[in-house]
Design a protein around this ligand. Sequence first.
Ligand code: CTP
Ligand code: ZN
Length: 152
Amino acid sequence: MKKELKVSAIKDGTVIDHISPGKAMDVVRILKLEDYDNSVTIAMNVRSSLFEKKDIVKIENRELSEEEVNEIALIAPESTINIIKNYEVVEKRKIELPDLIKGILSCMNPNCISRREGTPKFIVEKKKPITIRCYYCERLMEGDEILKRLRI
Ligand code: CTP
Ligand code: ZN
């Protein structure tokens, strides 16, 4: 007999699917789901095809703001956002990294002007792996450097 434990469907809310394995908890932190009142289901290392694994985060009764989607794009650019209404997927969108990122993280250069005034801005130089350049001091940031400087 084939035994399988399935993660249950949700009635209303958002499912962030196809998150790279290991990144689910970063998504949880970005969305501050530790303090969220409704159900949150986190699945890690779920087999998605024969060779691939993924993480999934399901959030009941919540839709994401554009800013939240952009933050998720920075750490899980390959993920998909599904909006669920009455158990049906009513909208599915592949996350897209914007060309310009504003305000959601700070520059890693301690002397950068954006650390003292104004809104930090970054130009997306490369999408894979994500590399961003500070609009003000031109410092390049990638990988964990980005994660560490997210304002979460
Ligand atoms: N889902 C859910 N609750 C629902 C409907 C869907 O939690 N009521 C979840 C599914 O488990 C899946 C995601 O939302 O993780 C997308 O659902 P669906 O589009 O039905 O799955 P797939 O066709 O496999 O999606 P994709 O093509 O994006 O891989
Ligand atoms: Zn800078």
